[in-house]
Write a protein that binds this ligand. Structure first.
Ligand code: GLN
Length: 546
């Protein structure tokens, strides 16, 4: 029987519940426990796949093709494990299950209600991952903030689980904010007291309170929070703002979050955590040997969460190369033929981001042309790869009206086309080509050099593809397809071998990059950018600029 940790949030959103949950999981894993994390989100969408990145940040895709919350990305990056559809549940999915059962007649004769039918389904899913014997500890993060109307059924489910299971099987952690009032030069505990009181009114009382704070919590303050929130003083944990999310597990180790949690479970026999690899990684990000600049070209750059996994992959790959990767956000919508050179003058490499729809694509195409012609390392992901294909068709193959049917349904030259299986799809949710697919890599290609193998599998999320009718023409003129799906022949990787580093991939390698296993494509892209930077610095020195 697994033990269950629930993580709730109070006072305000965006406190970093996902990072605290992932950090606790990392520590427990480092002590030898088998841990998984799941996220319960209180919105009505069945999954975040239909949400705009501005609304919800990146949509994280798992191996089994689930479109999930970006916190699952943190879980995978911290723990180096795979999550799945079962690890992310929304209110929409709960209701969908209950309503489908109602239509099948499962509740025949009964009035179907929030309590007990919705709460029973929530409980079933909360306990599900702990039932298979695979995990010692299941951590469940509850999205939203205590006091929100929509998270009430989740809190009620936790209350019932707390009542049904032995005391030592459940631990509730409440993450809250202790604001610092500059004028009064004081940390304020009242919002936390109110938040815990509100949660207690619903029948759930926290065992541990984790306090996000800009200033250190004194012992007096910890005592005050403990006294008025009715928890033990050592169960009030300070979570200071950290310079990197990867510091947080060590911060939580210092505060003994994992030990207090294990004590609640009545577990006293555990080993010292083995965090050697983690610490080595942290050293590398703290003390880089040099610095490079990568241009991230996309249309959602105002919102950093939209490209979360890409940004984290840069950190992992930077550590491997012992460089600091400075990301220069370049809005694709504002790139013009006149300003492209100026906008890209300082970048050592360019990543053209994934995306959907027309906005900003001409800017992406201009940037890719510039990178191709000026030997700047180029890495295109999904839409970024598709745009590199269109750029090559227009400017090298001289097919001026080449396009993707996503942007122009009636283009005479659809070099990027809707996949056959997608043409009959009517529903929008969960119907893209999703999840992990195998890819065969051509020997002697850049991709083979990067992956050091010819068989890989990577995760996908798209409806359009490279149009194989044009393949011969591309290959004859210098753009090679070097990765294929073995079952369908879909092109998954394109390269320009005459260029020092030009690669576009139809899949999302950023989704599989973890602290322990950085994505090879990112590692080699950053290495290529490092070489570009060194060459440029040497050239500048030669002409006396630096
Ligand atoms: N919009 C493109 C497609 O559906 C690319 C998707 C993406 O970048 N994830 O094929």
């Amino acid at each position: 029987m697994a033990k269950y940790v629930f993580v709730t949030g109070g006072v305000t959103s965006s406190l970093g519940k996902g990072i605290i949950a992932a950090s606790l999981a990392k520590l427990l894993q480092a002590r030898g426990f088998s841990v998984t994390i799941q996220k319960f989100d209180p919105y009505i969408n069945v999954d975040p796949g239909t949400l705009n990145p501005y609304e919800h940040g990146e949509c994280y895709v798992t191996e089994d093709g689930a479109e999930t919350d970006l916190d699952l990305g943190h879980y995978e990056r911290f723990l180096n494990i795979h999550t799945s559809q079962a690890n992310n549940v929304t209110t929409g999915r709960i209701y969908q299950t209950v309503i489908n059962k109602e239509r099948e007649g499962a509740y025949l004769g009964k009035t179907v209600q929030v309590v007990p039918h919705i709460t029973d389904e929530i409980k079933r899913r909360m306990l599900l991952l702990g039932r298979g014997g695979e995990y010692d500890i299941v951590i469940t993060e509850i999205g939203g903030t205590i006091g929100d109307i929509e998270s009430l059924p989740f809190v009620e489910a936790i209350r019932q689980i707390q009542w049904e299971l032995p005391d030592e099987d459940v631990c509730v952690i409440h993450l809250t904010l202790i604001p610092y009032l500059r004028a009064a030069k004081e940390l304020k505990t009242k919002p936390t007291q109110h938040s815990v009181k509100m949660m207690s009114e619903t029948g759930v009382h926290p065992d541990i309170i984790v306090c996000r704070t800009e200033e250190p919590l004194t012992n007096d303050l910890k005592r005050k929070i403990a006294l008025f929130c009715n928890v033990k003083q050592n169960a009030v944990i300070e979570a200071m703002d950290a310079s990197s999310i990867y510091e947080v597990p060590l911060e939580m180790l210092r505060e003994k979050l994992d030990v207090i949690c294990l004590n609640k479970f009545g577990i006293t026999d555990f080993k010292e955590p083995n965090l050697d690899k983690w610490k080595a990684f942290l050293d590398k990000i703290k003390y880089p040997k040099s610095k490079i600049t990568i241009g991230l070209i996309g249309k959602y750059i105002e919102l950093q969460d939209a490209y979360k996994s890409i940004l984290e992959s840069f950190i992992h790959a930077g550590a491997m190369n012992e460089v600091k990767v400075v990301v220069q956000n370049i809005h694709s919508e504002f790139i013009t033929p006149e300003n492209v050179a100026e906008k890209l003058q300082n970048v050592d490499g360019m990543l053209v981001a994934p995306g959907f729809g027309e906005r900003g694509i001409e800017g992406k195409i201009l940037a890719i042309k510039y990178a191709r012609e000026n030997n700047i390392p180029f890495f295109g992901i999904c839409l970024g790869m598709q745009m590199s294909v269109i750029e090559f068709a227009r400017n090298v193959l001289n097919i001026k009206d080449a396009h993707s049917t996503e942007m122009n349904k009636n283009t005479p030259n659809p070099v990027v086309n809707m996949m056959e299986e997608q043409k009959k799809v009517k529903l929008m949710g969960g119907t893209m080509r999703l999840g992990s697919y195998p890819c065969e890599i051509k020997e002697g290609s850049l991709a083979e050099k990067i992956y050091r193998t010819t068989h890989i599998s990577e995760r996908h999320r798209h409806r359009y593809e490279f149009n194989n009718d044009y393949l011969e023409q591309f290959e004859a003129n210098g753009m090679k397809a070097t990765g294929f799906n073995p079952d369908t022949g879909l092109v998954e990787i394109v390269e320009v071998p005459a260029h020092p580093f030009f690669i576009g991939v139809q899949y999302h390698p950023e989704l599989k990059s973890t602290v322990e296993n950085p994505a090879p494509l990112f590692v080699d892209f950053i290495a290529a950018a490092k070489v570009f930077n060194e060459k440029r610095t040497a050239q500048k020195k030669e002409v006396g600029v630096v």
